[in-house]
Write a protein that binds this ligand. Structure first.
Ligand code: PLP
Length: 233
């Protein structure tokens, strides 16, 4: 199957699961994860209806930015403080904020560009050492610090990468924990803390994530096929 057919298939699945979960049609946004993909492949996905793409490396965003058709770019990978300046005027949202130091730098660069950056706080609810993100318990402290010190940041929600399990049903508890945290903030939303996005679910676990309340799924492999990092270099 080609990129277009894969996107149609995922959209169909996403819609079916959304309704099965008792949620509203169209509530879940598909972010196509385009890391290692060429601008041509990405443009094919955009022609097939993709409006949002996710990259996990600053360098790839910079390399491809001018060759990709107009689309919303999401930074979904670990972001080093010294690289914020390269993407601050390119991305619509940064999903991977997990330290106050990073938030401060995003705020500083956003102010220089006279913009307000939308961010998500990355929560590592399974507390895996190999993953970035903060624990659920640390989330409140980081959010308070950002609210008090970073006027050029708007906190839009939470992001979570679940551990890999052969059976995606096994990671639902991690998604559920992040959803519960998300709901607490939704109830207390205001201008700087406008909680709306819960970014959870990848190719192999997006259905489980939607069942647990995700409204933004980040899907790469199921759209573009397996990644080949060797060729990419
Ligand atoms: C690569 C990546 C994805 C997509 O993973 P697939 O398994 O290819 O769907 C989602 N989120 C993040 C943060 C990623 O780095």
């Amino acid at each position: 199957m080609g990129i277009r057919e894969n996107i149609q298939e995922i959209n169909k699945n996403k819609e079916a699961v959304t309704l099965r979960a008792g949620r509203q049609s169209g509530e879940v946004l598909l972010v196509a994860v385009t890391k290692t993909r060429t601008a041509e492949e990405i443009n094919e996905a955009i022609d097939a209806g993709i409006t949002d793409i996710g990259e996990n490396k600053v360098q790839e965003i910079m390399d491809k930015f001018d060759s990709v058709k107009p689309v919303r770019w999401h930074m979904i990978g670990h972001l080093q403080t010294n690289k914020v300046k390269y993407i601050i005027d390119k991305v619509a949202m940064i999903h991977s904020v997990d330290s106050f130091r990073l938030a401060e730098e995003i705020n500083r660069r956003a102010e220089q560009h006279n913009l307000v950056m939308d961010i998500l706080v990355q929560v590592n609810s399974a507390q895996e050492e190999s993953k970035f993100g903060i624990t659920s318990a640390e989330t409140g402290e980081l959010i308070t610090a950002i609210l008090e010190n970073c006027p050029n940041i708007r906190i839009r929600g939470l992001m979570c990468i679940a551990p890999f399990e052969d059976n995606p049903e096994d990671v639902r508890i991690y998604f559920r924990e992040v959803k519960e945290l998300f709901d607490q903030y939704v109830q207390h939303s205001h201008a700087a803390l406008d909680f709306r996005y819960l970014s959870m679910g990848m190719s192999h676990d997006y259905e489980a994530a939607i069942m647990e309340g995700s409204n933004m799924i980040r899907v790469g492999t199921a759209i573009f096929g397996e990644r080949n990092y060797q060729i990419q270099g």
